[in-house]
Design a protein. Structure first.
Length: 421
């Protein structure tokens, strides 16, 4: 990907399920469900309180899950996409057995609403996030189903209607399934993600996948000629970084006794918020961040004259403890027989959760990717300075990438920590 583009990619959330059974059905006897999608639901002119609860709850879920993961980060760089986890889990509400459905909705920040409501909210989100001929954001969903089992038609129809989720037939007992998933991931990330899956457990029966691809330029690009090398005060000791400069008037800026914050806006409306703690670590800041506080930062930002020094940075990490964090948030899909509505033959259960993510930020833009794998088995306004601000990001900071939705406002897509550029 050329540096002249900002390219943010969240690749493929996979929820993989398997079941320890002997099935001697003919492999050709099961065909994938082929369904046609209804139109996505436009939110404009149609206030929907339940959809708003779900959309705002998705941001609450994003910060709660990010906070849980950040607590164990221990001075490392960190990038994560909570939205990619939220959307497939929202789709799985339609497959969850009754005792687990309400618990899953609560974990997703959607307590008190119904399965129909969460589907409506997801459809309205997709309408907002992907509308327009030149929209820089692409979201793709799919479910891969073993040919020995039958995907439930009602789930397939709902998944297509509200999540634009396609259904793909594979043979998880052969290399063909690995190749099919890897081709899908590569195709929907413009070749950024290849060889995503090395192998599937032979008992795997299904894998649900999500890909998000974002490509846009800064609305105010950094001048590479003004980038200078200087010291960065990392937790492990001082190091060197290349600082990009933005200086002048009409910069939205926020400051209180906890943080300095500035949004780096893209041409088509999304933004990457850079948030620098006044005291304490970046982990402590992300762990304490809430949707209410993030909304306050956005609401009370003001146009100011000032100077931003931001280091170019590149991060790649494996997310540790994602399964445990999801369990702590109350996601009820890792024990019992929670998923009775996905395939005809057996109830399914998640057994693990894995995500790898990468982000690169420079003067022209950003490239980023994240992959999540969940295998399964059987059964108030800040003070306004009276002089030009200086925001020197020469110590750890956090970032939040979001795009706009009618119901949820600034919908969180990525969160992260830069401890060492």
């Amino acid at each position: 990907m050329k540096n002249s583009f900002i390219c943010l990619f969240l690749a493929s959330l996979f929820l993989i399920f398997s079941c320890d059974v002997n099935n001697n059905d003919n492999d050709d006897s099961i065909n994938i469900v082929d369904v046609t999608a209804q139109a996505l639901l436009s939110p404009y002119g149609d206030p929907n309180p339940a959809a708003k609860i779900a959309a705002v709850g998705a941001n609450d879920f994003a910060f709660r899950l990010s906070a849980n993961l950040a607590e164990n980060n221990r001075g490392n760089n960190f990038v994560f996409s909570p939205y990619s986890v939220w959307m497939p889990l929202a789709a799985l509400v339609n497959a969850a057995d009754a005792p687990y459905k309400d618990a899953l909705l609560t974990a997703l920040g959607a307590s008190g609403i119904t399965q129909v409501d969460i589907n409506t909210a997801a459809s309205r989100m997709l309408y907002n996030l992907t509308e327009g001929e030149y929209n820089p954001l692409k979201i793709v969903n799919a479910i891969f189903v073993d040919k020995k089992v039958t995907l439930r038609r009602d789930f397939a129809q709902t998944y297509m209607d509200f999540y634009r989720g396609s259904s793909i037939n594979v043979d998880f007992s052969s290399r063909d399934a690995v190749d099919a998933v890897n081709r899908w991931a590569s195709k929907n990330t413009n070749g950024l993600i290849t060889n995503l899956i090395k192998e599937f457990d032979p008992l795997t029966l299904s894998a649900i996948a999500n890909a998000i691809y974002f490509s846009d330029r800064w609305s105010w690009e950094f001048n590479p000629r003004e980038t200078k090398e200087d010291v960065f005060h990392a937790p492990a000791g001082d190091t060197r970084a290349f600082y990009m400069l933005r200086e002048g008037e009409d910069q939205y800026y926020y400051e209180d006794d906890r943080v300095q914050a500035i949004p780096l806006r893209f041409k088509q409306g999304a933004a990457l918020y850079i948030i620098l703690p006044q005291t304490g670590s970046a982990e402590e800041l992300l762990a304490s961040m809430t949707n209410d506080y993030f909304n306050e930062i956005q609401r009370d930002s003001f146009l100011a004259e000032g100077k931003l020094l931001l280091p170019r940075f590149s991060i790649e990490n494996d997310i540790k403890g994602l399964k445990e964090s999801l369990e702590m948030l109350g996601v009820p899909l890792f024990e019992g027989e929670p998923l009775t509505g996905l395939i005809e033959e057996y109830p399914l259960v998640l057994t693990d959760a894995i995500q790898r993510a990468v982000i690169n930020v420079d003067e022209k833009g950003t490239t980023a990717a994240a992959v999540t794998v969940l295998p399964g088995g059987a059964t108030s306004a800040g003070p306004q300075p009276n002089k030009p601000f200086e925001m020197i990001c020469n110590r750890p900071f956090i970032f939040i990438l979001y795009d706009y939705t009618y119901d949820g406002g600034s919908q969180i897509l990525f969160t992260g920590i830069v401890n060492q550029p």
